[in-house]
Design a protein around this ligand. Structure first.
Ligand code: CUA
Length: 157
């Protein structure tokens, strides 16, 4: 082995380390179910939420045999619509935004929990295996009735 080979080996080791770090972060976010705030879901003018194609009249849309898109408005101090009904065993993608202040969108007892920022659409896909009823709560302080901000998700058989 000459010096050049060592240099190459260290270079590869350094690169593997970086890949490892990225993998750890990615795995962490999936494993713990933390929805990262990013622009994956797209952005929206908060002043136009009520005029938006989907968010003006949010609800559940079936887009495939077992696939649903759910549009939710988190607003002071409620979730629209509520209750939300989706069938068990289907792939459900939530799109949540806010027309006013920062809210949270959390499905109690699951790892669905995201911050909802005006101007951002938070998107996450989940599958509910078992039928049941879940509460929706807001985990971000949003004003005097923050503690009363709730909704319901019904997973039908
Ligand atoms: Cu909405 Cu707290």
């Amino acid at each position: 082995m000459n010096i050049h080979t060592y240099e190459k080996a260290w270079l590869i080791a350094a690169m593997l380390l970086i890949v490892g770090f990225i993998a750890t972060i990615t795995y962490g976010s999936i494993g713990l179910g933390i929805a990262m705030v990013d622009d994956e879901g797209g952005s929206i003018d908060p002043n136009e939420v009520f005029d938006h194609e989907e968010f003006s009249d949010p609800g559940v849309q079936q887009v495939g045999e077992d696939e649903y898109e759910v549009y939710v408005r988190a607003q002071t101090f409620t979730f629209v619509p509520s209750p939300i009904e989706v069938p068990a065993g289907s792939e459900v993608t939530f799109h949540v935004t806010s027309p006013d202040v920062i809210h949270g969108f959390s499905v109690v007892g699951t790892n669905v929990n995201t911050m909802v920022i005006p101007g951002e659409i938070s998107t996450m896909t989940v599958e509910f295996d078992e039928p049941g009823e879940y509460g929706l709560v807001c985990n971000e302080y949003c004003g005097p009735q923050h503690h009363e901000m709730s909704g319901q998700l019904i997973v039908t058989p």
